[in-house]
Design a protein around this ligand. Structure first.
Ligand SMILES: Nc1ncnc2c1ncn2[C@@H]1O[C@H](COP(=O)(O)OP(=O)(O)OP(=O)(O)O)[C@@H](O)[C@H]1O
Length: 610
């Protein structure tokens, strides 16, 4: 019910167009009735051989209705689809606006294929709402009233017959279809989404499926889902055919009843015989308004299920500070690299209040000390603590490395700084204010991130670089690429900077991808730098080459480096060693080695392995 209110509200924003579309829909059906009725009347009159002039008005009427039906139908389709597509585009924008700040927190639990299915298929399903759910009953109602009044001019009982047949065909038949097809609409939505997921899994995981000889099994599962979907579609097609036949039967029954009553009225001299055909054929054609009603419940069910799936992602949660803000804020790799030009940070120091988000602060370029005070954090209330009483301070311009074995909470610290999540206990502050006091966009604007999983778009190298700074000149791009040691490679390609790099940058090597990520951060020129295993996963030569660029990137910036590689840590101002969510050791590389504690053990093991 909530989703129906949501859809109706979205649609009613276009009420003038909707009213006009509904009016045109009624006019189209009226023209159809007029065409059939006038034709029948013309034939009946012509059979009596009247002077041709007596037939002129009716002939003009037939021509008029013949033409007007086509024109009204065209205008009605044009307008109703216009409204539909406007609503769809609104849903897409609203949906995107709402889910963007929720990722990765809420979206993390969803598979990307399911998400895609919601964004594409579930939004598409909403196009039926106006065309197949909302408009047909209203149009049918007005046709019933209009044609009923017309029939009542001859005899009120004719109107009763029409109303009874409309109610049977327009209310009872849809109810019957709903009973017989209960749940199929919802099942179709879920099966389609499931099928999308299976197709994507099969394609993305092709290498694994082939190497583990699982292609056959995967195909069997795919076929099972496909067969289930086909079965559901078949049931709906059968129901649609059944309901069309039933409605047709009722329409013909209605016509015959009108004819029989008409004949009786003619016999009693209360109706002119030439009107008989007109009333009968007019009645038959008025059912054009009723035929679409049979499948209204089916489409409504699909609409509601799809809208629920959309709303499911969009509903806001209360935050711990009680505001109706989304619980988790989003920033993906490509969001970190802003689509807008990075503003001069000097500007921010002049203006503490954000213009876009009044009351929120803009970080000051001269006050970027970052500190964690007794921060404890867990991803869900039911899950164990990931960080426990973590405290550290990074003075502006200094470099801190966070080390520790896998799963100890290193990336979680980054997630908190970027405000993907908020901490449950303690406080994280930047300058003199805690992080939630800052405008989130502005906060992320001053942070550059290079992770192991840099996302590259299926576009040219130039376009991928421009994400970080759309206003960058060609010279700037080349200078940056040179700094990231990428320029020579790019110019060796036939299309240079305009070369397409494929989905996820698959045409580039791991090292080239990371260099591109480094070039983006150089272009963004953010004063705070986060490097999360930026060179991991590369072969050792490329890794040390990329690390050289990474270390150069740190110059003059507040840096947080997450690494499993112990070489080069001598240059860090402080190293934090994490274990089970707690900082167990801290100090410079030399201090920690001298201490001969856990860090020393790890360093020795690292040296031994390498
Ligand atoms: N989105 C998430 N939802 C729930 N738990 C998570 C999520 N991300 C990480 N965790 C859990 O939090 C703990 C710390 O993870 P985190 O990614 O911070 O570790 P890490 O030290 O960066 O590990 P690695 O070096 O392997 O990347 C792990 O136990 C992990 O399972």
């Amino acid at each position: 019910m909530k989703s129906i209110g949501w859809l109706t509200r979205l649609m009613l924003a276009y009420w003038p167009r909707i009213l006009l579309a509904l009016f045109l829909s009624v006019l189209t059906i009226t023209s159809h009735i007029g065409l059939m009725a006038a034709s029948a009347y013309l034939l009946a009159r012509a059979a009596l051989h009247p002077p041709i002039l007596d037939l002129m008005v009716t002939i003009v009427g037939v021509r008029f209705f013949g033409l007007s039906r086509a024109v009204f139908r065209y205008l009605e389709r044009y307008l109703s689809h216009d409204v539909t597509f406007r609503v769809l585009s609104q849903i897409r924008v609203k949906f995107y606006e709402q889910i963007e700040p929720l990722a990765p927190a809420r979206l993390g639990g969803l598979r990307s294929e399911d998400l895609l299915s919601r964004i594409v298929a579930d939004v598409e399903t909403q196009q039926n709402f106006y065309l197949r759910v909302f408009a047909p009953p209203i149009a049918a109602f007005f046709v019933l009233i209009g044609y009923g009044i017309f029939l009542a001019n001859y005899d009120i009982r004719l109107s009763y017959i029409l109303a009874a047949c409309f109610v049977i065909a327009g209310v009872i038949v849809p109810w019957l279809v709903k009973r017989l097809g209960q749940g199929i609409g919802a099942q179709i939505i879920f099966l389609k989404a499931h099928l999308n997921t299976q197709v994507a899994d099969g394609l993305l995981g092709m290498t694994e499926l082939l190497s583990y000889h699982q292609v056959g099994d995967h195909l069997i599962k795919f076929r099972e889902t496909n067969d289930e979907l086909i079965e559901c579609e078949r049931k709906i097609t059968k129901l649609a055919a059944f309901s069309a036949a039933l409605t047709g039967l009722i329409a013909n029954l209605g016509m015959w009843l009108i004819l029989v009553l008409g004949i009786l009225l003619v016999e009693k001299g209360r109706l002119n015989g030439v009107n008989l055909g007109m009333l009968a054929l007019g009645t038959l054609s008025s059912f054009e308004a009723v035929f679409p009603l049979a499948l209204v419940p089916h489409h409504l069910e699909q609409n509601l299920v799809s809208a629920d799936r959309l709303l499911d992602l969009m509903k806001p949660e209360e935050t711990k500070d009680g505001r109706d803000r989304k619980k988790h804020d989003y920033n993906r790799e490509n969001d970190k690299i802003r689509h807008e030009d990075s503003r001069e940070h000097e500007d921010s120091s002049k203006n503490e209040d954000s213009r876009e988000n009044p009351g929120k602060l803009i970080p000051r370029a001269d006050n970027l000390k970052l500190s964690f005070q007794e921060v404890s954090f867990r991803y869900e209330k039911t899950e164990p603590w990931v960080l426990k009483d973590v405290s550290f301070t990074i003075p502006q311009g200094s470099k801190v490395a966070i080390v520790g074995s896998s799963g100890v909470g290193k990336t979680s610290i980054i997630n908190l700084i970027l405000r993907f999540w908020d901490c449950e206990k303690g406080e994280i502050s930047l300058g003199d204010h805690s992080l939630p006091e800052y405008d989130i966009e502005e906060l992320r604007r001053i942070i550059g991130v290079v992770t192991q999983k840099t996302y590259l778009f299926n576009a040219t190298i130039k376009e991928n670089l421009l994400l970080a700074k759309p206003s960058a000149t060609n010279q700037e791009l080349m200078d940056t690429a040179r700094q990231a040691k990428l320029h020579e490679f790019i110019t060796s390609l036939p299309n240079g900077y305009d070369s397409y790099i494929g989905e996820g940058g698959f045409k580039l090597s791991g090292g080239q991808r990371q260099r591109l990520a480094i070039a983006r951060v150089l272009l963004k020129n953010a004063p705070i730098l986060i490097l999360d295993e930026a060179a991991a996963g590369l072969d050792s030569i490329t890794e040390s080459e990329v690390l050289n660029e990474v270390y150069r990137l740190m110059e003059g910036r507040t840096t947080i480096l997450i690494t499993h590689n112990f070489s080069g840590l001598e240059i860090m101002d402080e190293i934090l060693l994490l274990k089970e969510g707690r900082i167990i050791e801290r100090g410079t590389h030399a201090e920690l080695l001298q201490h001969e504690g856990a860090y020393w053990e790890l360093w020795k093991r690292d040296r031994f392995i390498n």
